[in-house]
Design a protein around this ligand. Structure first.
Ligand code: SRM
Ligand code: SF4
Length: 559
């Protein structure tokens, strides 16, 4: 059975892709139109594949409408950096770009890369060019393709980690689109022959929907491996990487009030060798390319293809294309899905310092001068910077002799390595949401600090302030901060109102349950206050909040 839908049923986005001539559309012409700060909708579909989204400042929308002005359009640009690694030189270029074109800020994302916000149309092309001069690309950072491949970032803590990072880079390279459109539009490249555009893996209409891969190295699940279309869980025996358990069909996105959409954890399909991983990911992606739903985008992720046809069918189809079968899954255990703050040392003796980036936003604000501090740090640091999967930053590969200077610089600029924070504060995440995200229904990044302060007071009251607790907020149900695997998740419904989801855990392998719908901020805090009180009194040993809730309050509602 094939998924081929007839042309009349294709979604509007599919039609745009089909007519785009391998992602060109009329982007080049639209960029030159001086009469508007925007681009046409169809080009907006295509620029995503090039790593940039048109947005407008939602704080200014009403006022601009009153003044009969077009919305305050600008562009978000996202880079694709497998494993999230940058050199200090690249950092300095990034910092300069942020100050030249992107509101003096760098946004660290939940997928180990950075975004710029607020780049106006006339600066878009030169900003893209300067990103490419940094030896980075934005191609396939967004769009219906394989996105940035994540990998546990403290990659050299053992040989196993180094190999896993290599796998993630190989996955990223193999699944990169081939089209020459990117070079022509942004880098003034010349089109050689149309045949050069051919997409051997994707074909002319790419995938039905976005596609995400992560490599996790137990006991760390900092990448939230089960939230991805494809996950690789490194299996280590006697200090050697023997291969990976493969997961498929994870995804977070859902739509309020539409039960046909839902978050799903990846299913463990089996085990593959290290040198089989790229082929496995490619064939999973190709099954999704051929069978994913191209008529309804809300139903187009791999998770629905798998649920509609069954795991056995899916695994069989993948194995038939591979020409070999996956082995039985190997045992593994995760201990945590957050970042490891402070200093970590690797076997070569080099040090790695994970810094806390509040809300993932690198900006100078009051005493916390992150942008300036990291610039100063990049001037003296000779190792690397690494973005983490939880919106933080690692100053990596520091020699013993340089540790004190790095610490002093961070200290001087008010940058914390997590030591000044409680575990619930440093592990918390929020998506961008307002004012830039066009899909936000409520605040997230801007609300997180106030929410954590208020939650902290409740935790203190119940003697729980030092407890680990996994809190995530998103401005809508799309799940960009992976809320559906948190212990406490607020999922935006309307301004100031959220669905309260509870019952995930600290390793990221259990989904939350909807506990109360459409609560105001004070109702959320009151509800949590009561639950935390009961938890403090009745928990068993070191039982986590999510585990306690699943054992008690959510007992009848968790599957
Ligand atoms: Fe996301 C759409 C931001 C990680 C699921 N996401 C968006 C857009 C582009 C809104 C839009 O389509 O207009 C947001 C831009 C906001 C802004 O102003 O910057 C946006 N997503 C983000 C980031 C920046 C959140 C953050 O605070 O870090 C993350 C960028 C990651 C990256 O570097 O590539 C981000 N998004 C995620 C994740 C988490 C992950 O991948 O680990 C998810 C859930 C996992 C998943 O994909 O299932 C996620 N984003 C979505 C969805 C829902 C997809 C679905 O299957 O339904 C959308 C909406 C869509 O695609 O239609 C979305
Ligand atoms: Fe925007 Fe929703 Fe993603 Fe938050 S979860 S960034 S509000 S799409």
């Amino acid at each position: 059975m094939s998924s081929k839908v007839d042309a009349a049923q294709l979604s509007a986005v599919e039609v745009v892709k089909q007519n785009s001539d391998y992602l060109r559309g009329t982007i080049a012409e639209s960029l030159l139109d001086p009469l508007t700060g925007s681009i046409p909708e169809s080009d907006g579909v295509l620029t995503k594949f090039h790593g940039t989204y048109q947005q407008d400042d939602r704080d200014l929308r009403a006022e601009r409408t009153r003044q009969k002005l077009e919305p305050a359009y600008s562009f978000m640009i996202r880079a694709r950096i497998s494993g999230g690694v940058l050199s200090p030189q690249q950092w300095l270029q990034l910092d300069q770009l942020a100050r030249d074109h992107a509101n003096d800020a760098i946004r660290v994302t939940t997928r180990q890369t950075f975004q710029f916000h607020g780049v106006v149309k006339r600066d878009l092309k030169k900003t893209m060019q300067r990103i490419n001069e940094m030896m980075l690309t934005t191609l396939a950072a967004c769009g219906d393709v394989n996105r940035n491949v994540m990998c546990t970032p403290l990659a050299e803590v053992s040989d196993v980690h180094a190999q896993a990072l290599e796998t993630s880079e190989a996955l990223s390279d193999r699944l990169l689109p081939h089209t020459g459109a990117y070079h022509e539009i942004w880098l003034d490249g010349k089109r050689v022959t149309p045949a050069d555009d051919e997409e051997p893996v994707y074909g002319p209409t790419y995938l039905p929907r976005k596609f995400k891969i992560a490599v996790a190295i137990p006991p760390w699940n900092d990448v939230d491996v089960f939230a991805h279309d494809v996950g690789f869980i490194a299996i280590e025996r006697n200090g050697k990487l023997t291969g990976y358990n493969v997961t498929a069909g994870g995804g977070m996105g859902a739509t309020h009030g539409d039960p046909a959409t839902y978050p799903r954890l990846g299913t463990v399909l089996g085990f593959c060798g290290v040198d089989q991983a790229v082929a496995v990911a490619e064939q999973i992606m190709c099954v999704q390319r051929d069978y994913g739903d191209r008529s309804e985008r809300k139903h187009a992720r791999l998770k629905y293809t798998i649920d509609d046809r069954g795991v056995d069918w899916f695994k069989g189809e993948v194995e038939a294309r591979l020409g070999f079968t996956l082995g039985a899954a190997e045992p593994f255990q995760f201990r945590h899905n957050g970042d490891r703050f402070g200093w970590q040392q690797d076997p070569e003796g080099l040090w790695h310092l994970t810094l806390f980036i509040p809300g993932g936003r690198i900006i100078d604000r009051g005493e916390t001068r992150l942008l300036t501090g990291l610039r100063e740090l990049a001037r003296v640091h000779s190792g690397e910077f690494r973005f983490t999967p939880n919106q933080n930053l690692i100053v990596a590969r520091v020699a013993e002799a340089d540790k004190a200077a790095i610490e002093a610089l961070a200290e001087r600029h008010g940058i914390d390595a997590g030591g000044r924070l409680k575990p619930f504060q440093r592990d918390a995440m929020a998506c961008v949401a307002l004012p830039t995200c066009g899909l936000a229904m409520a605040e997230a990044e801007r609300y997180l600090p106030d929410f954590l302060t208020a939650l902290g007071e409740r935790l203190e009251r119940h003697g729980l302030a030092d407890e680990p607790l996994n809190v995530r907020i998103t401005g809508c149900p799309n799940g960009c901060a992976r809320p559906y695997v948190a212990e406490i998740a607020l999922v935006g419904k309307a301004p100031g109102r959220y669905n309260l989801m509870l019952g995930g855990n600290r390793v990221g392998d259990r989904l939350t349950t909807l506990y109360r719908e459409n609560l105001s901020e004070s109702q959320i805090l009151d509800t949590l206050d009561e639950l935390l009180g009961r938890y403090a009194e009745h928990r068993q040993g070191t039982e986590g909040f999510g585990d306690y809730l699943v054992r008690t309050e959510l007992r009848d509602s968790t599957p």
